[in-house]
Design a protein. Structure first.
Lengths: 215, 243
């Protein structure tokens, strides 16, 4: 137990903390932003929207051939409409799904900024926005995949998608072997964020079990 | 513009470093920088292309040395000043930790009138910003057509990366007419143009120095011209030789 005169003060505010808060105060004072709206925005992307959304889409495509066909033909409707999942809106207005096969591996990048399908994957990870990934994905995708510990057969075609417009891409990874009879809910646990970007593949049942054992 | 943001094919940045169990935000200020950027954008004083243009206008050395939300924060300041929402001097004073003086400062009543309340955030996010518009003309290209990208180096915002300029590819998909970023970023209107996914053979882009098979890039129609594999009318010397 800490003595009253030995409490830890809050960590000192960084230069960026001070500057960002100063601008935030100005924006609030001038009436441009509602402070409660800021909390709502952070909560949305920190706690509600994320790769668990995309995982549900992939799991359904794995189990329902009609849905899979719809997803590949019109991903915007299959993901965003009420009949689909209703995962729509900002940074997911126009969706395209890319199906990985044993012959073809798709991988998504935005070399010019950080375009990413927010409604299905949430906000992009730091590496996706970083210079190493943005510079190298389009010229040396196998080198990038090696950074993720993934090696694909040399004969596999590697197709890289540079998100230069407002079309947002979701990779449909291959369904792992040994998952016959699994429910959508079980399958969704195998679908990692990286497998939907194309920098990874879906977990095997063994890898999932190992992951669950270690947590 | 040929800024530091156009990174495709650049070298020397090292390995990609994935984080295990990564946090969404890595510091408290990142939450705030993210949220004020979106909320200020909701007031409709700029469009997404202007926002990207503001970020990539940072001097290259600063851009490359900044984290992603630092770039957003710098871009936001430029937009607020450019749109008359905040005065340059009052912003500088506020960021330096000075209290606001007697002067009222710059304020945009229009922006304030369009403030989005917390209860409306979900609806605004759900609406998003679709960029497809009714096509005013027929598409110039069809799926399968051979195309060549134009060679341009505009000083303004463009979404045609340097590594695909002057390159031959093939139309893989058409997406209807979409807002054209090159004009939209400059406040010159949306000028919707047909948007295509163009597939480039990786060797066309990089010669032998690539591990990709192909690269697909979304290109608006003004970025493209027709191409034929052996277009002899393009090069008068070639047709002279063949005769």
């Amino acid at each position: 137990m800490q003595s009253p005169n030995h409490t830890h003060p809050d960590a000192p505010l960084s230069e960026m903390d001070i500057r960002v808060r100063a601008l935030e105060t100005l924006l609030i004072d001038k009436g441009y932003v509602d402070p409660a709206a800021l909390d709502e925005l952070v909560d949305t992307y920190e706690h509600r929207v994320g790769p668990h959304n995309g995982a549900r889409v992939v799991a359904r495509a794995w189990t329902d051939p009609t849905y899979r066909a719809w997803l590949l033909a019109d991903a915007t409707a299959a993901i965003g409409s009420d009949e689909g999942f209703g995962f729509s809106g900002r940074q997911g207005e126009h969706m395209v799904a890319l199906e990985n096969t044993p012959q073809l591996h798709n991988m998504v990048v935005c070399t010019l900024c950080s375009c990413y399908p927010w409604p299905v994957l949430g906000l992009p990870p730091v590496w996706y926005k970083s210079a190493p990934y943005r510079s190298r994905a389009v010229i040396d995708p196998r080198g990038v995949l090696a950074d993720f510990g993934l090696q694909l057969p040399t004969q596999t075609e590697i197709r890289v998608w540079d998100s230069t417009a407002e079309i947002r891409y979701l990779v449909l990874p291959m369904r792992p072997d040994g998952t016959d009879g699994w429910s959508e809910e079980q399958l969704a646990k195998l679908v990692t964020r990286d497998s939907m970007i194309g920098t990874g593949v879906a977990l095997t049942p063994q890898a999932l079990a190992a992951q669950q054992a270690s947590t | 513009m040929n800024g530091a943001q156009d990174l495709g094919g650049a070298m020397g940045f090292g390995a990609v470093v994935p984080e295990h169990d990564e946090e969404i935000f890595h510091a408290a200020w990142e939450r705030h920088a993210f949220a004020i950027t979106l909320a200020a954008g909701f007031t409709g004083q700029w469009n997404i292309d202007m926002a990207r243009s503001a970020r990539e206008s940072l001097p290259p050395a600063q851009y490359l040395a900044s984290s992603y939300y630092e770039i957003w924060f710098e871009g936001l300041q430029r937009l607020l000043i450019a749109r008359g929402m905040i005065g340059e001097q009052e912003l500088r004073a506020a960021l330096a930790g000075q209290l606001p003086g007697e002067a009222p400062g710059v304020r945009s009543a229009e922006a304030a009138a369009r403030r989005v309340a917390a209860k409306d955030v979900a609806a605004v996010l759900a609406k998003g910003g679709p960029t497809e518009r009714p096509a005013e003309q027929a598409a110039r290209f069809q799926i399968g057509d051979a195309v060549r990208t134009v060679v341009i180096h505009p000083a303004h915002h463009t979404r045609l990366p340097r590594y695909v300029r002057g390159k031959r590819g093939r139309i893989l998909a058409t997406h209807g007419a979409h807002v054209f970023p090159d004009t939209n970023a400059q406040g010159l209107g949306e000028h919707p143009c047909w948007l295509y996914t163009v597939q480039f053979d990786a060797h066309e882009l990089w010669g032998p120095d690539t591990t990709a098979s192909s690269v697909c890039v979304d290109c608006w129609e003004p970025y493209l011209q027709p191409d034929t594999p052996l277009d002899q009318t393009r090069d008068p010397m070639a047709s002279a030789v063949s005769r």
